[in-house]
Design a protein around this ligand. Sequence first.
Ligand SMILES: [Zn+2]
Ligand SMILES: [Zn+2]
Length: 348
Amino acid sequence: MRATIFHAPGQVTVEDRPSPFAGPGEVRLRVAAASLCASDVRVYRGEKHAEPGVIPGHEVSGVVDQVGEGVTEVAEGDRVILCPIVACNRCRFCLLGRRNRCTERRTLGYDLDGGFAEYLRVPAEIVSTGHVIRVPDALPLDLAAITEPAACTLASLELCEVGAGTSMAILGAGPMGLMHLLLGRALGAGPIIVSEPVAERRALASRWGADLVLDPAVDDVRAAVRDATGDGADAVIVSVGLGSLVAPALDLVRPQGVVNLFAGFPKGAPPVPFDPNLVHYGEVVLTGSQNATTDQYRRTAQLLGHVPHMDELLTNRYLIEDAPEAYSARLALSGLKSLVEFPGVDER
Ligand SMILES: [Zn+2]
Ligand SMILES: [Zn+2]
């Protein structure tokens, strides 16, 4: 099969690899689509670790085409997405249903082969923990590939208790900031304020339903958020890995509101100063979120096909031979989500 291989930072190639087979407890996926994540780009830049020689891609959809001995959870022909986490199912987080926090967690696309290849062998632990999730018939598999980032977004929104009428300020309108806008809107949040320095992305945020769109280079973001919300936003999402945004975010949230550091920051990024009294006297919750629970994946797979504009996030599509271009497009900030597709897999 043709597969994308991560060798070292800056070195991603497309090569021949033996096609995997489904062993006992495993299934094999014919990959339909896999999308590139900001964290894949951080691996490419050397800011995050992945095993040399691994096939990247943890945002993946496909059709089950081989079922190993003893598998009863899924059947050949099932259209599925994966929660790409291999969890121990024994540690205290796993027992709480928070396998995304498993102390022995391994992840497809970083530690084990992921979806930027024609076939993906799904480890037995992923199958037995219910991390192979069937998607609704009406959901196209290219869109289904972004269930993972959308589930991470849902986890972030639920952590911030976003619901009908929750005011939100989103710092950064890259793919993940825009996904917070779209899912927040779908959950009834408002007003939603987006701050983003790139004009093109501001225009998208307006078109996709932001109530107020600001340019941090020229607008007084603090005053505008106060003006729109009264005493600050209920929830502030930092969707860019810039430490310099932490202090301003704490200044945008209302007392007893939540600031979620959703983006990952570069390894070894310098510590950031902020006014601790904003947290103390404001009784503000400063938190982070990464990945999502299996249940959030399942619910996201149901929601995804009903969120307006979600499919428009898939701006850059590549065939496997051109997979390295998906990285260059993201590095150049060209478009939003980059997708490696395998045409014909989702034909029904
Ligand atoms: Zn991702
Ligand atoms: Zn565990």
